[in-house]
Design a protein around this ligand. Structure first.
Ligand SMILES: *Cc1c(COP(=O)(O)O)cnc(C)c1O
Length: 385
């Protein structure tokens, strides 16, 4: 059916409706709008008061990396040898920050060979592994610290991050060994409360004071929200300004240079997922051809993506009044359902298409082939609507 990127009769489509009308896709289609990605990258590059790096894990699609590099993104947050090599190949001049704080010795050796110069760490044992293998000259090590969770949809702190006291010990040790001392944190993904960053920046100052070390850079993490909920557009500018203002007020003349490493905030809104209605079971529950084992993997953890549109196979919007429905994915596993209920037009029918806007983050990478589903196609569009 010509649904594989780069093949088929056409490589760039006008919008999702044109794809539906022309191809009547039976399997899920992830559509990418490079123009939206470029515009979001520009918002970060122009608005964030420091270096913007992109967290590769959120969507490592080659077209995404190339588009961001061409748009002027000069750094990438990488978490594995695979991601290190991907960026070395696609954006060879960009900075690579290896900010997964736990690594095997073989992974560390791979990264040193690849020329990695920026690392994060959250324990003495992992810091000792870096000291044993990473030359100090020109290398930056950033202890990662955490605070009790605030404001985010999903807490990373249960896995990574040192207490401020431990971070101060690590920062001291990094400086004593002649590495460039910096600090990093991640406030939690889809962080819609900008004040979370305020609390972390204040804690960074306390950590520097405890350690008696001036941090060269402060990486304020990812966590920047994407547009997931209809009518609630995140205010990135307000977050950028708050981060700049708080850093200046907290550190004064000693202010570290700022770095951010957004994933979702950059790639989320540049994609939409086209799914098809397989069944409206006895007029009630809706079965889609994609679900939590596919492109909607993270919804049970961070909440529904409710920027939905329902189109007929002719590509016309269904505009009946919405009613709440339970939505199931295609596999035989009962966890394969979206959280709670979603409002969909009352006249939705078998064969219709449900488009999830803002589906670019943690979706292409977590798509599985469980039960033989997940045969997701990737297409490029000029616009998402
Ligand atoms: C996942 C991750 C990010 C990106 O997080 P988002 O919430 O997608 O912005 C940034 N930095 C690190 C270290 C991460 O693990």
């Amino acid at each position: 059916m010509g649904l594989t990127e780069g093949r088929g009769p056409k490589t760039v489509w006008a919008n999702p409706a044109e794809i539906i009308r022309s191809l009547a896709p039976e399997n899920p289609v992830m559509v990418f709008a490079p123009s939206v990605l470029r515009a979001t990258a520009q918002r970060f590059l122009q608005g964030f008061p420091g270096l913007v790096t992109y967290a590769v894990k959120s969507n490592p699609d080659e077209a995404v990396i190339r588009t961001l590099a061409a748009a002027g993104v000069r750094g990438f947050d990488v978490a594995s040898p695979y991601e290190i090599d991907l960026i070395s190949r696609l954006a060879p001049d960009a900075a690579r920050h290896y900010h997964n704080p736990v690594r095997s010795r073989a992974e560390i050796a791979h990264a040193v060979e690849a020329g990695i110069k920026a690392w994060s760490v959250d324990s003495h044992s992992e810091l000792e592994k870096l000291f044993a293998r990473v030359p100090a000259e020109g290398c930056e090590i950033s202890p990662r610290f955490k605070l009790p969770v605030l404001g985010a949809a999903y807490d990373f702190g249960s896995k990574f991050g040192a207490s401020p006291e431990l971070a101060a010990e690590l920062l001291r040790a990094v400086a004593d060994r002649g590495y460039i001392p910096s600090l990093t944190f991640h406030p939690g993904t889809q962080c819609v409360d900008p004040h979370a960053w305020e609390a972390y920046i204040a804690a960074a100052r306390d950590i520097c004071d405890m350690a008696g070390v001036r941090a060269r850079r402060l990486n304020v993490g990812g966590g920047f929200p994407s547009h997931r909920v209809a009518g609630v557009e995140p205010d990135l500018t307000a977050i950028f300004e708050l981060i700049g203002r708080t850093t200046a007020a907290t550190f004064g003349d000693d202010a570290p240079e700022l770095v951010c490493e957004p994933g979702r905030g950059i790639c989320g809104d540049a994609f939409a997922l086209i799914t098809r209605v397989k069944a409206v079971r006895d007029g009630a529950g809706i079965f889609l051809n994609d679900g939590v084992y596919g492109g909607l993997f993270e919804l049970p953890m961070i909440g529904n993506l409710d920027r939905l549109e329902v189109l007929t196979p002719e590509g016309t919007p269904r505009e009946d009044e919405a009613m709440p429905r339970v939505i199931f994915g295609p596999t035989c596993d009962s966890v394969d359902r979206l959280p709670g209920e979603l409002a969909l037009p009352a006249n939705i029918q078998e064969g219709d298409y449900v488009i999830f806007h803002g589906a670019g983050a943690y979706s292409t990478v977590t798509n599985t082939r469980f039960n033989g589903f997940g045969q997701m196609a990737h297409l490029t569009v000029n616009a998402l609507d």
